[in-house]
Write a new protein. Structure first.
Length: 456
């Protein structure tokens, strides 16, 4: 076991309080702190002390992949840690974005490499993500139902939006009738499954993101003013309109403000998680959460950002029928108070445990693991005697070779591992959610998909 020194990413949209408070430093911090990285990603590998030397986790893993990751992980993903664990603290909105699946990433990165290497793809990996809220976390996730999107745009009273509304109304969903459905705050259905092929939604998105340059300022200005007006009304879309008004302060004139109204606005409750699959359009608005993802940099952006925007490629990869579900914790079989957030990604799995004064087995027991103490304090002990003590904000790396690990203490730990165990057909990872009585925010969990299926 090795204590990790994580890397702080000082992106402009970050908080000056959340990460500093978590790690016990002065509040407010000197500047914005957006993400706390715990992994071996080349853009920010965590550091540790091994055999008296300070080294990066990337150096340690590459030096002996089988010992550090385990043979099963190496066979499936090669000699690299397949996941990156983060704490994300967003005080300002992040970009509207989408990620490719494995097949798309391999094909696009291969073509890009053969063509000189310039392009939007950083690697040939997918980038599924799962965000577990530590505070109420405001997100835009997946497309709205087609008829609801049409009704919302109608309610703005912006005549310039007529071509977009006609695309949605003419798509054969429900004729764009005035939909009184409210924004979602925790359902596991993103409303896009009823849209068939979803072509009208894709074309509506395309029309907005490719709006004529000479008319963009006028369109965005009218929409933001209309949203400001509707945000004060008790209507079903007041929260989404209020989000547009707030995002406009950070991204004035951005077409993403208008495009965001095609997306489902949600506020995650603490303890619930959102899974971002391949092709699922999403954006973070504000909040603090634990995030785990495949170790990739493949991000295609559409707006609400100062970074590169690639609308044609984003539209090609976006799947309007992709579900971006809210996932609740499912209890893991065994004596420990441990939950897992089941999702289709095999690159990662996220566990949450509440240790007690009695030493109990840490879940999972094998593979590479990163443990974050989010609250309280805990002691981990490897079979044979080695111990590590974690206080709030501390994290450590457990190689596959560390077996028989027990944990005791109090508070809450998050454990990152691979998804290989949760997706093994002969492994029963969870039981009926007996822990749901202690978790007031439990929701329906997605069943795991078989290993080998196409994933993000």
């Amino acid at each position: 076991m090795d204590l990790l020194e994580p890397i702080i990413k000082p992106y402009a949209w970050g908080s000056r309080e959340a990460l500093a408070r978590l790690t016990g430093r002065h509040v407010p911090s000197a500047g914005p702190e957006a993400e706390l990285w715990m992994g071996e990603h080349p853009s920010g590998p965590a550091r540790l002390v091994r055999d008296g030397r300070t080294r990066t986790l990337r150096e340690v893993v590459s030096g002996d992949p089988v010992r550090e990751l385990g043979p099963e992980c190496v066979d499936r993903f090669g000699g690299r840690l397949p996941f990156l664990l983060k704490v994300i603290a967003a005080d300002q909105p992040l970009s509207i974005q989408v990620h490719p699946d494995r097949q798309q990433a391999r094909a696009a990165y291969g073509a890009q490499t053969a063509n000189g290497g310039e392009g939007p793809y950083s690697d040939d990996w997918p980038k599924p993500e799962l965000l577990c809220a530590l505070s109420p976390f405001e997100v835009l996730a997946g497309f709205r139902d087609q008829g609801e999107a049409a009704a919302l745009l109608k309610s703005l009273g912006v005549d310039r939006l007529r071509p977009v509304i006609e695309l949605l109304v003419g798509g054969g969903d429900d004729n764009g009738s005035d939909d009184n459905g409210s924004d979602d705050n925790g359902s596991d259905d993103n409303g896009s499954d009823d849209n068939g092929s979803g072509v009208p939604l894709t074309e509506a998105l395309r029309t907005l993101l490719q709006w004529p340059a000479h008319d963009r300022d006028a369109l965005v200005g009218e929409v933001v003013r209309a949203c400001t007006r509707l945000s004060d009304d008790p209507g079903p879309h007041a929260a989404a309109c209020a989000a547009v008004t707030r995002m406009a302060r950070h991204h004035p004139g951005d077409l993403g403000l208008v495009a965001s109204l095609l997306m489902r606005h949600q506020v995650l409750r603490p303890g619930s998680a959102l899974y971002m699959p391949a092709g699922g359009l999403h954006a973070y608005v504000q909040g603090v959460g634990v995030e785990i993802m495949a170790a990739s940099d493949n991000v295609l952006r559409a707006g609400l950002t100062t970074k590169e925007v690639n609308v044609p490629e984003l539209l090609r990869v976006t799947d309007p029928a992709a579900r971006v579900p809210v996932i609740g914790p499912s209890a893991v079989v065994g004596p420990s108070r441990t939950d897992v957030y089941l999702c289709p990604a095999e690159e990662f799995a996220l566990y949450r445990t509440e240790p007690t004064s009695t030493p109990l087995p840490l879940v999972p027991q094998a593979g590479p693991r990163i443990v974050l103490c989010e609250e309280g304090a805990a002691r981990l002990r490897v079979e044979g005697g080695e111990t590590v003590t974690l206080d709030r904000g501390d994290c450590c790396f457990l190689p596959d070779s560390d077996r028989g690990v027990t944990v005791e203490g109090s508070g809450t730990l998050f454990i990152a591992g691979t998804g290989l165990t949760t997706h093994r057909p002969d492994t029963d990872v969870t039981r009926a959610p007996a822990h749901a009585q202690r978790s007031t925010h439990a929701a329906t969990a997605m069943p795991p998909t078989p290993t080998g299926a196409n994933r993000t």
